[in-house]
Ligand binder design. Structure first.
Ligand SMILES: [Zn+2]
Length: 120
């Protein structure tokens, strides 16, 4: 495999590096806000507890997605280093330029994404 010449790998890489910095920053901010549920049972009662639980669930989901995206970025950056970037991890075909520009971290071509039920 040789490096793709039809895609601007440098530009996509810069985009991913920027996104990674943002995600890491979000994570650092999260760590500070992690604290035990502090619910005022006397005034707001049940509702505020449910709100607190709900926002905790949202935070957990957010964190899960953040990790997932970071992993995708890391492996895409790794593929750039290896000169494998832009090629489908499953069938080895070239991934469409538009697809990469839409999501630079995507590891598979559109056909394999369909086959595997991936959403991206
Ligand atoms: Zn493929």
């Amino acid at each position: 495999m040789s490096e793709r010449t039809d895609i601007d790998t440098k530009k996509l890489k810069a985009r991913m590096m920027k996104r990674r910095r943002e995600l890491l920053k979000l994570g650092a901010a999260d760590q500070e806000s992690v604290k035990p549920l502090n619910v005022d049972q006397t005034s707001e009662g049940r509702l505020s507890r449910m709100d607190a639980l709900q926002s905790q669930a949202i935070e957990r989901e957010f964190e899960r997605r953040r990790h997932h995206e970071l992993q995708r970025i890391e492996s895409a950056l790794h593929r750039i280093e290896e000169g494998e970037y832009g090629y489908c991890a499953v069938c080895g075909d070239e991934i469409a330029v538009k697809r990469l520009e839409n999501d630079p971290t995507t590891p598979v071509c559109i056909n394999c994404a369909k086959d595997n039920g991936h959403t991206s």
